[in-house]
Design a binder for this molecule. Structure first.
Ligand SMILES: [Zn+2]
Ligand SMILES: [Zn+2]
Length: 146
């Protein structure tokens, strides 16, 4: 199953193939800044499932602190469009903000909140809420691989 992703201005367009590994909500301050929003709602794929947009379409910024993350913004509208994670000894992961999907009804529901202690406001839902780096990372990897 292929889905098309595009930003609000239409400059950045790419496709994802098959089912995502998971969808998760992150409240960390980097995600807040990158998404210009109170939190990130991201869908996680293996990078091999995602057709990368041409390099000149997306401006990437690399955060050197491990894990190595490249966060891409549309070069025209600056919308958060794609994030590439490189972990040692693991397949590369690509995260796509949920609002990039034309048809987001086909997406799974978010499974948890990460870095909930950084939240801008409380969230009233039934999802597990993880605080702090270790708990948030564990929650992420547990759902990714098991
Ligand atoms: Zn985050
Ligand atoms: Zn754009």
């Amino acid at each position: 199953m292929k889905s098309t992703c595009h930003c609000s201005c239409g400059h950045t367009v790419f496709e994802v193939n098959g089912s995502p590994k998971l969808r998760i909500i992150c409240h960390c301050t980097i995600c807040q800044k990158y998404n210009a929003a109170s939190h990130a709602d991201v869908v996680v794929y293996k990078s091999s499932q995602v057709s990368q947009p041409p390099v000149n379409v997306v401006d990437f910024e690399t955060y050197k602190r491990p894990p190595n993350v490249q966060r891409g913004q549309c070069s025209k509208c600056q919308q958060a469009v794609i994030e590439v994670f490189s972990f040692p000894l693991m397949p590369k992961l690509t995260m796509v903000p949920a609002d990039m999907f034309v048809d987001d009804a086909s997406l799974p529901k978010p499974c948890a909140h990460m870095f909930y202690e950084r939240r801008v406001s409380d969230v009233e839902d039934e999802l597990p809420k993880h605080n702090g780096f270790m708990s948030s990372q564990l929650a992420f990897f547990k759902r990714l691989w098991f």
